[in-house]
Design a protein around this ligand. Structure first.
Ligand SMILES: *[C@@H]1O[C@H](CO)[C@@H](O)[C@H](O)[C@H]1NC(C)=O
Ligand SMILES: *[C@@H]1O[C@H](CO)[C@@H](O)[C@H](O)[C@H]1NC(C)=O
Ligand SMILES: *[C@@H]1O[C@H](CO)[C@@H](O)[C@H](O)[C@H]1NC(C)=O
Ligand SMILES: *[C@@H]1O[C@H](CO)[C@@H](O)[C@H](O)[C@H]1NC(C)=O
Ligand SMILES: *[C@@H]1O[C@H](CO)[C@@H](O)[C@H](O)[C@H]1NC(C)=O
Ligand SMILES: *[C@@H]1O[C@H](CO)[C@@H](O)[C@H](O)[C@H]1NC(C)=O
Ligand SMILES: *[C@@H]1O[C@H](CO)[C@@H](O)[C@H](O)[C@H]1NC(C)=O
Ligand SMILES: *[C@@H]1O[C@H](CO)[C@@H](O)[C@H](O)[C@H]1NC(C)=O
Length: 821
């Protein structure tokens, strides 16, 4: 913390002219005793010297709250709020650094509230450029800082210490405590939970899976965007969540400022954002760009929907829907959950009188709660068993595609929690929900099983204490609901059908043209040769040389957009029409691990392709040329990214695209060190006759599957082979063929690794020196499966992804090759 006092000194010495031009920015950095701000007065906030952060009153609801926000974004991004659950104050409120050394808020009615609770009086305060608001004592020591009391956000250089937590906000505009929290647990695990739960593993919907074994960890965001879990005792990084800017920007000389923030958003997802600072815009921060997120699917956030309701994605948005036999607690707040709307008929001798009940069937529903009964049985038995069971509830039937003996029936009591609809599942699930035939209104004396803690987490939650009040409300609601719901259900059904139709149509279009997953069909731009010549300044700056031609750096849109232009040289007799058709198909690939093709040029015999520009070079540079190899966790992430990109080409397109040239030189790194595959489909484009004996390709021999040379048909498995080699190279940070090695054994990496693996000496022999043992073994096994001589033995890219992510187990691979290479 000593650096903070020197920092203040630095700010004080800054010439005033440096402090920007707008009136807001002219404030000096030090706030002295007696200073005050008010929404009414000229000064309603104190600004940091750079002007990027301000501390003071901001609009919330009909009044104001006190907090810290990032200046310049469209909606000021609030990063901290004082007493966040207090109601907003009116514009007559005054915040002052009182002569007594306290930071006090005086409301309209004369009430006083301490904003910063310090043991000793402070003598000055300061809003620092880091976004930290601090109070100093008379020795210029920091005695209070907002960084110690984070709300939903941590900023660059801020810690979330062991035992501390972040709570989401209620919404983007209401910063009071929301429905989710992120806990840096004392056991070293960083975990996301819905609030008002037991914080047990069933409630957790994401965790960093880091365990300290007695040591404490904290979460740290460094100011170049590295979000990591760090051992508090040794200061070692345990796991990096995001790769970070890698120190590529020159922040030392104070010219380029980058602001990162990690926030648990109101939807419960923990995300890392980047705010660039635009020199043209008065040096203000730009809108957020998301760099990393803990989960992709908002429906996987447990507790997003309340009890007895399930989460489903429509139009990319999560929606909550009631399970059959229940209605929303509050139609205007669908995330609050649903209540059963039928009555109980009692149980006779431990068996339900089944004439009063029926079962509703729903496909692809999942839930995360623990079942009270789990047994292996058929689907029909599962359904009946739940119907006859006296527990009002539901059953989840899990079908095992391969072995019907292991079909499972899981029974669950009401209220049901953590339900979601999930189409993207390897296991087929069917849910059976028990529904009463009798209307709740007829027999009020039957509600004894309605749970008292009905409403899921939230500030709006009102613990309904009196059952009588509840029943009265229910009667009214149900009477209303019976009428309105039927019409709602009917119109809902129509909307649903229309949506499905629309999805189908989209799917058809995509199927014809290219790949699924792209909702916007981005038009491919056709460039003229002269345009590209100008953009690249006469093909001046060569970025690299691929097997089909050189790549040049270029700028479009008057210098605003950087691009990479590839000039194809060895195009074999390819009809104009096919060239364009193929280009169109490739342009529709849209995946975060594929480099985007923006346009092309086909004039006379000239063929050029325009790609988005990747600022951080290729994976080959990263692995083989850097003095310091990228750390193990980053390499694991890169390996998975690449696998996902290839999987997309293979599986998400109607006609699978075979890349044919997967190698580290073709895997590029973007600004945020995400790996993206480039040149996809090019190989196929250049050689439409895939079964032809290959000629012409040079320099990538080490990555080619054996079938290329055997003149046997080429399938997607050829890419799997190349990926396997790349994976082994990522593990070891060396090329597959390397002459400069201690022993002859080590020349061919794939052979050497197999030997080490077979003799269980991976770790001893220094394969992937910095790796953790378990992941290393997993990755090596996957790599060895991928490079099997026999294409059928190689796994699909989908299985590769699942294996690398640890979702499926991996058998021990046999020797990859029958003959030695
Ligand atoms: C200030 O902190 C002390 C202990 O740290 C606590 O006892 C006291 O209640 C706090 N005061 C307020 C107003 O929060
Ligand atoms: C700082 O404040 C403490 C008590 O608040 C006082 O005892 C001390 O003399 C002060 N020191 C200076 C240098 O003013
Ligand atoms: C779960 O964590 C929250 C936030 O720390 C806490 O308020 C709550 O009491 C915890 N619940 C239990 C059952 O420990
Ligand atoms: C954390 O640091 C301590 C002290 O250096 C060390 O003994 C321990 O092994 C570290 N734990 C992990 C999991 O890295
Ligand atoms: C932030 O992390 C990156 C990546 O590890 C590192 O290169 C950089 O030096 C770090 N920056 C600071 C200020 O710690
Ligand atoms: C179920 O209830 C109906 C109507 O009350 C009754 O006629 C029937 O006998 C009951 N069946 C059993 C098995 O109890
Ligand atoms: C209960 O709600 C469902 C909708 O979930 C509705 O179809 C049904 O008619 C309702 N039943 C009663 C008795 O209100
Ligand atoms: C509900 O019905 C049971 C008998 O079926 C009776 O003993 C009980 O008093 C009733 N409760 C109320 C609140 O009417």
């Amino acid at each position: 913390m000593a650096s903070n006092s020197t920092a203040t000194l630095f700010f004080l010495l800054l010439p005033i002219s440096f402090l920007g031009v707008t009136s807001q920015q002219k404030h000096s950095a030090q706030i002295n005793l007696g200073s005050s701000i008010s929404p009414r007065s000229l000064r309603s906030s104190w600004s940091s010297p750079s002007g990027h952060f301000e501390f003071g009153f901001y609009h919330e609801g009909l009044g104001f709250k006190i907090g810290i926000w990032l200046v310049g974004t469209e909606q000021n991004t609030v990063v901290w709020t004082a007493n966040r659950d207090d109601p907003p104050v009116t514009s007559n409120a005054i915040l002052s650094l009182h002569q007594s050394g306290k930071l006090l808020l005086r409301t309209e009615h004369g009430q006083e509230k301490i904003i910063a609770n310090t043991t000793y009086p402070s003598t000055s305060a300061s809003m620092l450029d880091s976004g930290n608001f601090v109070l100093y004592n008379n020795h210029s020591h920091i005695i209070w800082e907002s960084f110690q009391y984070p709300t939903d956000t941590i900023l660059g250089d801020q810690l979330l210490s062991a035992g501390k937590e972040l709570f989401s906000s209620l919404s983007d505009t209401d910063h009071s405590t929301g429905r989710f929290h992120l806990q840096m647990q004392l056991d070293g695990n960083l975990v996301l939970y819905p609030i008002n739960t037991d914080n047990s593993s069933i409630d957790a919907y994401w965790s960093s899976e880091t365990f300290g074994n007695g040591f404490k960890y904290h979460l740290y965001l460094n100011h170049t965007g590295l979000l990591a879990i760090v051992n508090t005792t040794s200061s070692e990084m345990v796991r990096s969540l995001s790769l970070g800017g890698g120190g590529s920007s020159s922040s030392e000389n104070g010219q380029k400022v980058e602001i990162y923030r990690a926030t648990i958003d109101s939807d419960g997802i923990f995300r890392l954002y980047y705010h660039g600072v635009d020199d043209k815009n008065n040096g203000k921060a730009k809108n957020a760009v998301m760099v990393w997120k803990a989960l992709n699917n908002p429906c996987e956030v447990q507790g997003f929907c309340g009890i007895n309701s399930f989460c489903a994605i429509f139009d990319d948005q999560p929606n909550c829907l009631c399970i059959p036999g229940s209605d929303f607690v509050d139609l205007n707040q669908k995330t609050l959950g649903c209540l059963r709307n039928y009555s109980d008929e009692g149980c006779v001798y431990g068996r339900e009188n089944t004439t009063f009940y029926s079962m509703e069937k729903m496909e692809n529903i999942m839930w995360g709660d623990i079942a009270y009964m789990e047994a292996s049985m058929s689907m029909e038995e599962c359904e009946n068993s739940c119907l006859e069971d006296c527990n009002r509830g539901a059953a989840l039937f899990k079908q095992d595609e391969e072995d019907y003996e292991s079909d499972l029936c899981l029974k669950q009591k009401l209220p049901l929690r953590y339900l979601r609809r999930d189409f993207d599942n390897s296991i087929t699930t069917t849910a059976f929900i028990k529904v009463g035939k009798k209307d709740e209104t007829t027999t009020i004396n039957g509600t004894n099983s309605v749970p008292t803690v009905l409403v899921p987490p939230g500030r709006t939650q009102q613990v309904i204490t009196s059952k009588i009040v509840l029943i009265q409300i229910l009667v009214l609601v149900i009477a209303f609901v019976i009428f309105s719901f039927v019409s709602l259900a009917i119109s809902g059904l129509y909307i649903f059908k229309i949506r499905i139709l629309r999805y189908k149509r989209l799917g058809e279009i995509n199927g014809q043209m290219g790949c699924s997953g792209d909702d916007e069909l981005i038009a491919l731009r056709v460039f003229s040769y002269n345009e590209l010549k100008k953009a690249t300044d006469g093909f001046k700056e060569e970025l690299g040389k691929g097997s089909f031609g050189a790549v040049y750096k270029g700028v479009l849109n008057r210098g605003r957009k950087l691009v990479a232009v590839k000039r194809l040289e060895k195009l074999i007799e390819e009809g104009e029409r096919e060239f364009r058709a193929e280009m169109r198909a490739i342009s529709r690939t849209n995946h975060k691990n594929l480099v985007r093709l923006m346009g092309y040029c086909a004039e006379d015999s000239k063929r050029l392709l325009v790609y988005e520009y990747m600022s951080n070079g290729s994976l080959a540079d990263l692995l083989f040329k850097q003095a310091k190899r990228p750390d193990w966790n980053s390499r694991v992430r890169i390996a998975i990214d690449v696998a996902k990109g290839i999987n997309y080409l293979h599986e998400q397109c109607r006609t699978p695209i075979i890349h044919c040239d997967v190698k580290p030189q073709n895997i590029l790194m973007d600004d945020f060190w995400n790996a993206k595959i480039s040149d996809f489909g090019l190989a196929k484009l250049l050689m439409p006759d895939q079964t032809r004996t290959f000629t012409g390709i040079r320099g990538t021999r080490g990555y080619l599957a054996p079938e290329w040379e055997k003149n046997t048909p080429i399938s997607v498995k050829a890419d799997v082979y190349s990926y396997g080699i790349v994976l082994l190279e990522i593990i070891c940070c060396r090329r597959n063929l390397e002459m400069n090695v201690p022993t002859i054994d080590e020349i061919v990496l794939s052979c050497w690794i197999y030997k080490c693996f077979a003799s269980r000496q991976l770790y001893k022999r220094g394969v992937g020196e910095d790796a953790d043992k378990e992941t290393l073994e997993k990755m090596v096994k996957v790599g060895l499966w991928c490079i099997q001589d026999e294409p059928v033995l190689r796994p699909s890219m989908k299985s590769v992804v699942l294996m690398l992510e640890g979702i499926t187990d991996i058998a021990s691979p046999p020797c990859p090759t029958s003959s030695s290479i």
